[in-house]
Design a binder for this molecule. Structure first.
Ligand code: UDP
Ligand code: MN
Length: 348
């Protein structure tokens, strides 16, 4: 049978072949194909960039060199996965024409707790964060101790993370329990002790984040804000903007708050945060955001930096997952020596 290929099909075939050649080269060889013309000793641009990326990924030149020598031999699957991920995300930086070295770090503080939905939420969130450049993910478990399962999970993501815990049963609250406050304060403490600049963002594990949001917040000078979708019956919580200027807040529940905003609706510059050594979140349900923003005083609502095109775009949603009941116990006798024993570890 004869197959007739059009010029376009041929071109596509050639392009696909070239693409696969590049992928295979990356996995099997210890250097990218160097340019055949000119000085053979000269590194290709890609090779130089790869070296820079690798140094950044491992944060240590000597280790980077050792790994560099290993690539092409036998790299562990996990390491290859991480490097691939980082290469992918860093390549976006060059797309955006932003300098790899000048990009401020975003410290993402996420409280989390064990429940049937936890791994599903964290999977969704982590796979968003995998696309964001230069972040530190502070994942803080509401638990007496850190769990091996979450530790394994974090390692698989390839994201730069800090794994902490904070036990809310030892909480300092009266009445209804505020959710995630101890963990957020723990994250704040870590940042005060370990970070000098960059941006802090409180990102709950169950919200939905548009990648553009992180670009908006990255250059926050003091405190930036933007709309959050799916908050109360008003459907959105946002600063109100008139003629390009902040004139008030729109939120379904004002409750006497000076800053009636959602946790997902603001970010803080870390240098600025450090000029406010007592800034912290109060253990008071409904007043978490307000108490924190008020503790940044002197700081007034008029000083906020408006993002998301003067607050005309929704780039984050306060989504809430349906609560699932705990699963039924597994009959360990009946299913002994089967996959279900291992599987059940992940099921709450
Ligand atoms: N959270 C926590 N411990 C709890 C309840 C909640 O650490 O006992 C975390 C949760 O994982 C989320 C944040 O605190 O990241 C806010 O909780 P939730 O989403 O339940 O609050 P809502 O969005 O419904 O106000
Ligand atoms: Mn939530």
């Amino acid at each position: 049978m004869r197959v007739h290929l059009t010029a376009t099909t041929k071109m596509w075939l050639l392009t696909s072949l070239a693409f696969f050649y590049v992928i295979i080269q990356y996995h099997v060889s210890n250097t990218w194909p160097l340019p055949t013309t000119g000085n053979d000793l000269q590194e290709s641009e890609m090779d130089t960039q790869r070296r820079i990326w690798l140094k950044r990924i491992v944060g240590d030149s000597k280790l980077a060199e050792e790994i560099q020598n290993m690539i092409g031999e036998k790299v562990t699957q996990d390491l290859a996965y991480r490097i691939n991920r980082q290469l992918l995300s860093h390549s976006c930086i060059f797309h955006e024409n932003e300098s790899l070295f000048n990009l401020p770090v975003i410290y993402i503080v996420t409280p989390t707790y064990r429940r049937p939905e936890q791994l599903a939420e964290l999977t969704r969130m982590s796979q968003t964060l995998m696309h964001v450049q230069n972040i530190y993910w502070l994942l803080i478990e509401d638990a007496k101790e850190k769990s091996q399962m979450i530790s394994n999970f974090l390692n698989r993501t390839g994201i730069r993370f800090i794994h902490l815990h904070s036990d809310s049963t030892q909480g300092k609250y009266k009445g209804a329990k505020p959710r995630g406050v101890g963990s957020r304060n723990k994250g704040l403490k870590w940042i005060r002790e370990n970070a000098n600049d960059g941006v802090l963002y409180f990102a709950d594990d169950d919200n939905t984040y548009d990648l553009q949001l992180f670009k908006e917040m990255r250059y926050t000078k003091k405190v930036s804000m933007w709309p959050v979708g799916l908050v109360t019956q008003t459907g959105v919580s946002s600063p109100i903007v008139k003629n390009g200027k902040f004139v008030g807040f729109y939120d379904g529940w004002i409750g006497g708050r000076k800053f009636p905003v959602d946790m997902a609706g603001f970010a803080i510059n870390i240098k600025f945060l450090k000029t406010r050594p007592n800034a912290a979140m109060a253990y008071k349900l409904g007043y978490e955001e307000d108490s924190f923003l008020k503790s940044l005083a002197p700081f007034e609502p008029q000083n906020i930096e408006l993002k998301a095109d003067n607050c005309t775009k929704i780039l984050v949603w306060h989504t809430q997952t349906k609560k699932n009941p705990s699963s039924l116990p597994l009959d360990k006798k009946k299913y002994a020596d089967t996959n279900l024993i291992e599987l059940k570890q992940y099921v709450v």
